[in-house]
Design a protein around this ligand. Sequence first.
Ligand code: SAM
Ligand code: DTB
Ligand code: SF4
Length: 321
Amino acid sequence: MSEAVTWTRDKALALFSLPFNDLIFQAQAVHRRHFDPNRVQVSTLLSIKTGGCPENCAYCPQSAHFDTGVENERLMPLEEVLDAARAAKAAGATRFCMGAAWRGPNDRDLDAVEAMIAGVGEIGLETCATLGLLEAGQAERLRAAGLDFYNHNIDTSEAYYGEIITTRSFADRLDTLAKVREAGIAVCCGGILGMGETRKDRADMLVALATLPEPPESVPINRLVAVAGTPLANAPELDPLEFVRTIAVARIMMPRSMVRLSAGRLEMDDATQALCFLAGANSIFHGERLLTTPNPAVPEDRGLFDRLGIEPMEAAGPAGG
Ligand code: SAM
Ligand code: DTB
Ligand code: SF4
């Protein structure tokens, strides 16, 4: 499949329907045209403002709408953020992603986040933030503070979106993504699999990502972490091979993007993760915690990389996603 393809649902579904081996072979061939197949980029997450979020995303342990045991905390002090960033760098991360459980930041929040971005940049890490919806002028402020990436996910297909979130629309999300792009910040945008969506929804989500005015530099593909107390606590488990297929289709449709094997690795065995790398995933979240839920321990990930002959990627810079 050439890179000039205009992606549609039918074309995406045709990829999903390929025999597994043919799909993975094609995805790996595309991957090798653009990336070293044995290098994986490593990012570390930190929740700088946890819990009490006014939005009602059905998957999220931090929504104030659900009783999940996650407390509403205050914004973390700068020095604690910088300590965490130094520890992440020492453990091998090249990018530090700061997440806040906000609908969006207010201007006073942004003053504090700007100082965090500048400080993390000085430590020598790429900076990423995920703060929710942005108002006019806020993306420019983040860029001026030195922000390299902004994460804002579409989460699922436009058709299924209303089953998952009603407090903000799919169009609101696209509007924030456009503001981020316009401000010259690299875009990190993906979604979650295993929320009860169909394959058609997964195909539509990937088409929406691949047909943005420019595809995102980073595409996080999360597997739902089903958290007790959320409406999706008992969502039916997604077949791991369907998860791998989705990674492969993302790789083929967005050949130059970093595809991140994101939340859900703790619930995946090593063989499934290896298949994800074979299918073209080339980034992970590293460190024992995602935002509020656990992630594999650093020595375990080192062991997995060693067994697979994978080396962590050097900082690629925003152009490299
Ligand atoms: N509040 C901001 C927002 O929603 O844009 C930033 C933080 S939010 C937690 C970032 C992303 O994490 C969500 O868009 C979603 O894709 C992902 N996420 C949250 N909870 C998850 C879960 N239980 N399983 C998998 N991914 C999850
Ligand atoms: C993304 O797509 N996944 C990350 C990051 N972007 C911010 C977050 C995953 C969160 C999983 C649930 C939790 O730990 O609270
Ligand atoms: Fe809030 Fe983000 Fe969680 Fe939605 S995903 S409830 S916006 S923290």
